[in-house]
Each structure stands twice: as C-alpha cells, then as structure tokens.
Design a protein around this ligand. Structure first.
Ligand code: ATP
Length: 488
C-alpha cells in the first residue's frame, strides 16, 4: 500500500486537482490560469508523456521568456542598482558538511500525517492552519501529536474528508543524490541537492571578500535552482520540488543589522510595486515564533487566487550563518574593518524570493477577462494577460494581413527582421487577424503590427495596443522609436 502511495504522489496533477483554496473550494481563476499556461506554452507538467512527475514543472516558450524577464528585473534591482552588491553563481552540489552546519540535516523537516482512507500525505501545519490552529515549527513530534489529538474534531483530509490519520512523523526535505558515491549505498554519506541557494553565498563569503573590492556592509546576490522534497504538491507552481530562488545576503556590522533590515524591507516591497503588482494585493506577515538566532523575520505575502501566501522572506539572521560555517569548516570567517581594525563576524540580513511564486503572482495580477463587442455586434469574451510591458514575454507581433499575398508577407518579414534583435518579436500569419489578436492577447503581447495593402503604397502599418485595442497608423521607419518610447 505504501509503495502505491509513493507512486501516486509522484504523478503530476493535471489541471483539475491542484487548484484548491484554503477552504477546499476549487478556485476558478486558478484553474483558468493553469489551463492558459498549458494551452499557450507558459508552463507544462514535467514528463507529461510519461504520466507526469509530481510537483515538478517545465517552463514552455513564453514561460521561459517571462521567468527570464523576472530574473533580469531582480538582478537589475539588486546587483546593478546597488553599488555594494555583487553576484554569484555557486554550484548546486556542496560538501555535505554545509547542510550539517546550516542545521538542515537535523532540522529541515516538516511534520506529516497520512490519511488512513485515501493515503494522502498531508503537512500537519497546513491541515491545522486550515482548521484555524497554529503549529509552531519548533514543536517536537510529541508536541505535534498532542496538538493533533486536541484538535482531532476540527481536522479532515483535504482529499477525501476523512478524519482518520496516522500519527505525525517529521520528514526531512533535503533531496539526496548519489554523487561521487560508487559503493551503491547512497544512504550513507549522501550528497544533497541544495535546499536553498544562500548556503552557497555563506561559504563563498571569504572568497568574495578577498577577490573583490567589497567592504562591509556588502551583499551577495544569487539566482538559482533549489530542491526540496515538498510533501504536498499544492497550488501549481507555488510549491514545487525543484524551484528557483532569488536570494541576496547582506553582510553588515552587528550594530547596524536592524537599520539594514528596515531598509531592505522597504526596498523589497517597492520591488513588487515596480513589477506592477497592486499594493492592495500585498501584505506583511511578521513571524511570531522566531528561530533562536533570528532577530526579525517578515514575509511579503501576495493575494494568490487561493489566498495570501508567502512571496518573499526578509530576515535579520544575526551571526548564525557565518559562525556555524566557521565552526564546522575550522576557517575564520570574521571580518576586520580596514579603518577601525575592529574584528567581528558580520551579521546577515537576507531577502529571499522565489522566481516561480513571482511568476504566479504576475500571472494572477495580469489575468483579465473582458466582454467585448465584435464588428457584427456579437459579444465575445476576451482573455488578456495585462503584463507590464517590460515583463511581457513577446513585446511585438508582426502580421501580414493575408498569408497568401507574397508582397505582404515579404514586407511583414522585413519589418520583423528589422525589430527582432532589439525587441522580443513574433511573426504570425496563422488564421485571420482577429484570431491572431486573441492569441497575442492571451500571451500578453503589448503591440501587434499589421502590414496591409496600404503599407505597400505608403510604407505605413497599423499598431494595435493590447489594453485599449485601439489601432493607429504609423510609418514603418518610426517603429523602432515608437517601441523604444513605449516599451519602457
Ligand atoms: P513555505 O513556508 O511556503 O514553505 P519557506 O518559508 O520555506 O516557504 P524560504 O525557505 O524562506 O521559504 O524560501 C524563500 C523563498 O523561496 C520563498 O519565499 C518562496 O518564494 C520560494 N520557495 C520556497 N519553497 C518553494 C517551493 N517549494 N516552490 C516554489 N518556491 C518556493
């Protein structure tokens, strides 16, 4: 039975089983977003032709463009706009001691229960949260089981509504590999796939300090994949087992830690507003139960279709990280101030965001349905992704009015070729122009250019605006200037 359950848990949910709200009600908007993502090439379930692979997803052509634009915006806001932040790209594999030092091998675990009827494995903190009960992440297995017993009438299986569960067990989230282990016994001395990118930053603190001109306070920023054996595959790309983090660790003087923390709280909030997210869809969540070394931990939450959930964590982590790595590696990771000669272990302020959750937040923000009137007076539902122009996967689509008129196709291709190296463009001659507009609306393309018979006479084209659907005629030679001005 257990074997069967493990197999089931690896199966990727299709579009129907992942979009549950906290109240267990299917979220219509979420379903529509998931379906659009598949239909229009944003997100595909991993290994779909083999029946899928639970909580792992692939980005399709437009998803890849969007996630790249998100990462570029983050990199710009972090590395390019802050003189004292430098970038890093550390390896996914690290020495196993890294995870001992960080506390992940001992403590990176979620308590789990199994439904005796449908054998779904559920996270205790989630199931209790849905029943309005808070489970502290520091609780022991015994304390969690006591809390479950006290609240057994309030909790039920999210899948089959049954109330009969096994006892809770803690489950480590680190993903093991057999890298470099040729004995075949990979339970012994496993090498892990990184569970977070920031450990790669801490272990390179000294290298960056010694090889560049940074001085405390300075930050190291990194974007990269992380891996967690997440127990519940929920809410589409919100909780993946392979996901991408965008993390910045600021190394600061102990006396200044809270000032930096406040500064980064403000900067990170502003980042989401600059991405076009409406302020009413964001909120702060302060962690009440801090781990022993932390001074403060706040999350920025976004109002996803399934409710407010974490988008990014901003934490004041004290000297825990560098102290631990000093202890476990035997290397001195202290910093000596070149002016005062004061020697200390820098404290860390971290801003830890997820590329996938930002992606989902942007889709959720952009997804719009509008009733429009067609030329023949009929009403039609228009689905449009109103991304901020700078984030849109495709910036400009170029159409010949008719695909069977070589002169129109030739001119449209010339225009496309003249723009494509500067702006992400797409050439489309499939179906009629109306259909092409609908398709470009659904992938969020801000501008569509149509080459028609007048274009051959006077070298003008129409530009259609995604949001207003208004068309204007401009000279082909002015297109580059127009897009430079309007694509920001
Ligand atoms: P949660 O409580 O939702 O599991 P977390 O507090 O464990 O998240 P962190 O360890 O602080 O998350 O990771 C930083 C960021 O990485 C999160 O704010 C989120 O955006 C992203 N992230 C974490 N886990 C996942 C995941 N399984 N799938 C997608 N993104 C994730």
């Amino acid at each position: 039975m257990k074997k069967k359950q493990e197999k089931d848990d690896r199966r990727t949910p299709g579009t129907s089983v992942v979009a549950k709200t906290d109240k267990g009600v299917m979220a219509g908007k979420m379903e529509k977003i998931i379906s659009l993502c598949k239909r229009r090439g944003f997100v595909f379930p991993s290994s779909e032709i083999y029946g899928g692979f639970g909580a792992v997803y692939d980005y399709g052509p437009y998803g890849t463009e969007l996630v790249n634009n998100i990462k570029t915006a983050w990199w710009k806001a972090m590395v390019r706009e802050n003189d004292n932040i430098v970038g890093l790209d550390s390896a996914i594999f690290m020495h196993p001691k890294v995870w001992e030092a960080s506390g992940h091998t001992a403590g990176f675990s979620d308590p789990l229960i199994e439904c005796r009827k449908c054998h779904a494995r559920l996270r205790v903190d989630h199931i209790l949260e849905e029943a309005g009960v808070f489970a502290d992440e520091k609780m022991s297995e015994e304390e969690i089981n006591k809390l479950l017993e006290e609240n057994k009438d309030k909790i039920e299986c999210a899948k089959c509504n049954c109330k009969d569960f096994t006892k809770a067990k803690k489950f480590n989230l680190l993903v093991k590999s057999n890298l470099g282990n040729f004995t075949g016994n990979w339970e012994e001395n496993p090498v892990y796939l990184r569970g977070e990118t920031c450990q790669g930053i801490y272990i390179n603190f000294k290298n960056v300090l010694d090889s560049t001109r940074v001085k405390v306070p300075f930050g190291i920023a990194q974007i990269g994949k992380s891996f967690r054996n997440e127990i519940t595959a929920r809410q589409f790309i919100f909780r993946k087992r392979e996901f991408e983090q965008m993390e910045m660790q600021m190394f600061v003087h102990p006396d200044d830690e809270m000032d930096h923390f406040e500064e980064w709280k403000e900067k990170r909030w502003q980042f989401y507003l600059d991405l076009g997210i409406k302020e009413e869809n964001l909120k702060w969540h302060e962690h009440e139960n801090l781990v022993f070394y932390a001074k403060a931990a706040w999350d920025i939450e976004y109002d996803f279709p399934f409710g407010f959930k974490e988008l990014e964590g901003i934490h004041a982590r004290g000297d825990y990280d560098l102290t631990q790595h000093s202890k476990f590696s035997g290397k001195d990771l202290s910093y000596q101030d070149p002016h005062t000669n004061e020697k200390y272990i820098p404290h860390v302020v971290e801003a830890s965001a997820g590329a996938d959750r930002t992606f989902l937040a942007l889709l959720s923000e952009a997804y719009t349905e509008e009733e429009i009137e067609k030329e023949n007076g009929e009403k039609e539902l228009r689905v449009v992704l109103k991304f901020p122009k700078k984030l849109a996967p495709i910036k400009v689509a170029v159409f010949p009015l008719l695909k069977n008129k070589p002169d129109l196709v030739k001119k449209a291709k010339e225009i496309y070729d003249s723009l494509k190296s500067q702006f992400m463009c797409e050439f489309d001659d499939n179906g009629n122009v109306g259909k092409r507009y609908r398709r470009q609306d659904e992938i969020g393309t801000p501008y569509c250019i149509t080459v028609d018979f007048d274009s051959l006479e006077d070298d003008t084209v129409t530009i259609r605006d995604r949001d207003t659907m208004k068309q204007e005629r401009i000279k082909a030679g002015e297109l580059e200037g127009f897009f430079n001005k309007n694509l920001g």
